[in-house]
Design a protein around this ligand. Structure first.
Ligand code: V47
Ligand code: SF4
Length: 369
């Protein structure tokens, strides 16, 4: 490896590369320099070092399905193509019965996880959502319920008059197993004001995840990139996550989400290109040295970029997903009806030179394929 690093001509980049190879944490300034100066090949090489340290040559996936209970939302994030106000002809809302019917469609299928996330419905608090989780668990006790972004949790818990800790404990009692990473967007307060003014603050997002970790609910974290943020903002976002992870160790995966431009009020910005996606995966892998997993959410990236990302620090392709998720197709993703068979996902992983491993929601290996 040192032979390869000897080819780095830039003195500053060489110092950073030596830190990464020597297992020393890089600073925010180093992270910034990687974004600004390192070429794609170098980033792939360095991210590969960190990736192999955490996950060897394995690339993970799971068998999951999504339910988006509603697209009715009290908020109006400028990048969102999905939410509709109550009464809008394009709004939807499933009843508990309808959601259970969706769960029952998977009765004979080999799924281990349900991912539930949607808009922030004005009328419901945790006494509505908690019993839904309970019914799902009663129907299928071994199904891991990963549900509700910190933004939905903030609203449903506050509306019920509980503290965050009380609310999360109640939801855990109903059967909530983990929390997805949505709603983080970009933590910088000034930018947050510009793109999702009304949403729960960055501080509250972090507090909700910290509290969840403290009471034994693990979670993921996301970052919405490729809009009006700078590299400084991305490093600031990851620095806040790295600091919290040092404290709690409760994050499983980091999921960079590329801003998609269709049907929302930031469309004029366009979208960043594949090179930027790969560079961003790589810097994320290097910077978040205490996150065990970096996930490429393929319904958003498309299958080919997800496959390529495995050579830029990513070790998790999310799930086979067989369903109804609409948040990205409405924002212009290629994958209109995201679904991938086990054979297809394993083929993509092998073709990229990695070993496919089916995992459970906590990344325990289930089967090497
Ligand atoms: O918070 C909304 C993002 C997120 C757009 O934890 C957009 O395993 C791009 O968090 N362009 C929700 N992104 C989805 C989410 C998620 C997805 C997959 C896996 C996991 C996990 C979590 O979607 C929102 C927001 O950041 N989003 N609109 C858009 N136009
Ligand atoms: Fe609502 Fe989430 Fe869309 Fe924001 S991103 S408007 S919180 S559904």
């Amino acid at each position: 490896m040192n032979d390869l690093l000897n080819h780095i001509n830039d003195k500053d980049l060489r110092l950073i590369a030596d830190k990464i190879a020597g297992n020393t944490r890089i600073t925010p300034e180093d992270g910034l320099l990687l974004y600004k100066k390192a070429d794609l090949a170098l980033l792939g090489l360095l991210a590969g070092i960190v990736r192999r340290k955490h996950n060897g040559n394995f690339a993970y996936f799971n068998h999951n399905f999504h339910i988006e209970p509603t697209n009715k939302c009290i908020y109006n994030c400028r990048f969102c193509s999905y939410h509709k106000p109550e009464g809008d002809p394009e709004s939807w809302e499933y009843s508990h019965e309808e959601m259970l019917d969706i769960v029952k469609r998977f009765d004979n299928k080999n799924v281990t996880e349900i991912h539930i996330v949607g808009g922030v419905h004005p009328s419901y608090d945790l006494h509505y959502w908690g019993p839904l989780i309970k019914r799902i668990k009663e129907h299928r006790p071994n199904l891991h319920v990963k549900a509700f972004s910190a933004i939905e949790l903030d609203y449903m818990i506050t509306r019920a008059g509980c503290t965050i800790e009380e609310g999360l404990k109640l939801l855990k009692g109903y059967g909530l197993d983990s929390i997805p990473g949505g709603g983080a967007e970009i933590f910088d307060e000034e930018l947050r004001k510009m793109i999702c003014d009304e949403k729960s603050s960055s501080e509250l997002w972090l507090t909700i995840h910290e509290t969840a970790h403290r009471i034994g609910i693990p979670s993921n974290a996301t970052m919405l990139y490729g809009h009006i943020e700078t590299y400084n903002h991305r490093i600031d976002h990851m620095e806040r996550l790295r600091t919290l992870q040092d404290k709690t160790g409760g994050f499983n995966a980091f999921i960079p989400l590329k801003y998609k431009k269709s049907n929302n009020s930031m469309s004029y910005l366009g979208e960043v290109n594949i090179i930027e996606d790969l560079r961003n995966y790589a810097v994320s892998r290097i910077y978040l040295d205490n996150f065990p997993h970096i996930k490429a959410y393929w319904p958003m990236t498309g299958k080919e970029i997800a496959q390529l990302s495995l050579s830029f620090g990513v070790d998790d392709m999310d799930g086979t997903i067989d369903d109804t998720t609409r948040i990205y197709s409405m924002a212009g993703s290629k994958e209109e009806k995201p679904a991938m068979t086990t054979e297809e996902i394993c083929h993509l992983i092998r073709e990229a030179g990695f070993i496919p491993v089916e995992r459970d929601s906590l990344y325990n290996p289930i089967k090497e394929w």
